[in-house]
Design a protein. Structure first.
Length: 191
């Protein structure tokens, strides 16, 4: 996270976009190799067996609902295509509506489910503000590699004491602060 924007960003911005993209792909390949040979050992079995598996009846019900969702999506996007309304704005608006409706549905389902105990329901309600705060935080955080990088490139001074700084290097600021501040916060937390 710290080195990638420096190397890939420099290659992509200063030399060739395809070269930068290719170096990123090679880095991801080595990451997959590391996971294949090392990561699977430490993660063996984690997340494979659900604690509350669906019954056969629930699986059939889910499969029907999933197929219905696919048919509805095909009808919506097919209708938009036929009428000439299938644009990036239509797609973004559809995803935005789903991004609001699905969490509302899932939280209401959790709060009305018989599988959620009376002790757990206040905890679900207490989680809602954290969920909303996480939405706001990650919505802003994920702008860093697109909108904020363009802003840095076009609207900020990208040189320091005469040394040019590529706009992509700003992506390394977050990991730099994590590396610098982690020991400080660990010390504060353990005292």
């Amino acid at each position: 996270a710290l080195i990638a924007p420096l190397v890939v960003g420099t290659l992509g911005q200063e030399y060739n976009y395809h070269l930068g993209f290719s170096v990123a792909a090679v880095g991801m390949f080595f990451g997959l190799l590391q996971y294949y040979f090392q990561g699977r050992k430490s993660l063996a079995g984690i997340g494979q067996a659900p604690t509350n598996p669906m019954s056969k009846e629930e699986q059939k019900k889910f499969a029907k609902a999933f197929m219905l969702a696919i048919v509805v999506a095909l009808l919506i996007f097919g209708g938009a295509y036929v009428t000439g309304h299938l644009t990036i704005d239509f797609f973004i608006n559809t995803i935005s509506v789903l991004g609001i409706l699905l969490p509302v549905y899932y939280f209401s389902k959790m709060l009305t489910s018989k599988d959620v105990t009376a002790e757990e329901k206040p905890k679900v309600l207490a989680y809602l503000p954290l969920f909303l705060a996480a939405i706001v935080f990650w919505s802003l955080e994920e702008q860093g590699s697109s909108i904020l990088a363009l802003f840095a490139n076009e609207r900020t001074q990208t040189s320091l004491f005469g040394f040019p700084i590529a706009a992509s290097w700003f992506q390394s600021l977050n990991p730099v602060f994590v590396v610098i501040l982690t020991p400080i916060f660990v010390t504060l937390w353990t005292k």
